[in-house]
Design a protein around this ligand. Structure first.
Ligand SMILES: Nc1ncnc2c1ncn2[C@@H]1O[C@H](COP(=O)(O)OP(=O)(O)OP(=O)(O)O)[C@@H](O)[C@H]1O
Length: 307
């Protein structure tokens, strides 16, 4: 399948000399939901702003639907809707007028039926004549989504769509994204929230210090998430792992007082029963056992720390 977005060796050094993107290459497939995860300042906004053509790269290329976003900016931009992080600063304009205007910016004829459909879809219809200053933060965010969708883009970028919103709006946003995905819109979102990536994404990319350090199917990440640890606190010091237990991949803890067994929590067999029998046969006694699940959060933190 030809990717709908193709990013090649993208680099960005800001005028002050700070390098915010380091040789980022990535393909996005049509119809997928791609979540870009990364800590503050990792380069998420820079990356999506560069893809959308709002920030000029220092080097590298971006193709959107086959159009180079620098040499064929208008054709490339036409395919893209962007929901920015910042809230709109306009105060007095009405919701419907603002959204209508966004379509006009692409040189497209007004489409009142579509406008109504989008406002209804986003639960903004009742507020269609309200001025922006009358809206709650959550409602303003919906207006941003409406503005990004009114020229019927094939690709939607959402920059931190749920930062600072309440749980209810977060769930609503997730529903909105899922409906758009059903309509075949490709979605790229940036987020701090691992939970959000878990909920929505088909694939996850992790960016840190301007480098894309991992791109993986969510399912594969989830199976990593499924790794669990069983900690066995031994009653007596164990100088080394006995021969009969070598097949279990155990790690001996500090001072030989604990054993760590890692297993796949989503696998059919955990091997725990066999291990406990083998421990008994080897004459090992233990004071306590407990399990610990490595979360995607931990995987993410480890990844970021290691890079
Ligand atoms: N216009 C600019 N001039 C100079 N440096 C910039 C500019 N914009 C961003 N940066 C720097 O580039 C780095 C990446 O910023 P960016 O906004 O892309 O990160 P982010 O991952 O989106 O972070 P956040 O989650 O906090 O929004 C940061 O260190 C930031 O200070």
């Amino acid at each position: 399948m030809t990717p709908i977005i193709s990013i090649r060796d993208l680099e960005k050094t800001y005028s002050g000399g700070f390098q915010a993107l380091k040789s980022v290459s990535l393909d996005i497939n049509a119809g997928e939901v791609f979540a870009l995860l990364g800590p503050n300042g990792a380069g998420k906004t820079t990356l999506i702003s560069t893809i959308c053509g709002l920030v000029q790269p220092s080097s590298g290329q971006v193709f959107i639907g086959g159009h180079d976003n620098q040499t064929s900016y208008r054709q490339a931009r036409r395919l893209v809707g962007l929901v920015p992080q910042e809230m709109p600063t306009v105060q007095f304009e009405g919701v419907r007028d603002l959204v209508r205007l966004s379509r006009g910016l692409f040189g497209l004829a007004p489409d009142e039926k579509l406008l109504e459909e989008i406002l209804k879809d986003l639960s903004l219809w009742d507020k269609r004549d309200a001025a922006m200053k009358e809206l709650s933060g959550g409602m303003k965010r919906r207006v941003l989504v409406a503005k990004a969708l009114i020229h019927q883009p094939k690709i939607l970028f959402l920059d931190e769509p749920t930062a600072g919103v309440d749980v209810e709006l977060r769930r609503d946003m997730w529903r909105i994204v899922s409906r758009l995905r059903d309509k075949g819109v490709t979605i790229i979102l940036t987020t701090h929230y691992i939970e959000e990536a878990e909920e929505m994404a088909d694939r996850v990319g992790v960016i840190n210090n301007g480098e894309l350090i991992l791109v993986e199917e969510k399912a594969a990440l989830m199976s990593k998430l499924g790794r669990k640890e069983l900690m066995i606190e031994l009653s007596d010091t164990l100088p080394e792992i006995p021969e009969s237990l070598k097949g279990y991949g155990l790690e001996l803890g500090a001072e030989g007082r604990s054993l760590r067994y890692t297993y796949d929590a989503q696998g059919e067999r955990t091997g725990i029963t066999g291990l406990l029998n083998a421990l008994a046969e080897a004459g090992l006694r233990f004071d306590d056992i407990h399990t610990k699940q490595s979360s995607l959060e931990e995987i993410f933190v480890d990844l970021v720390r290691a890079n």
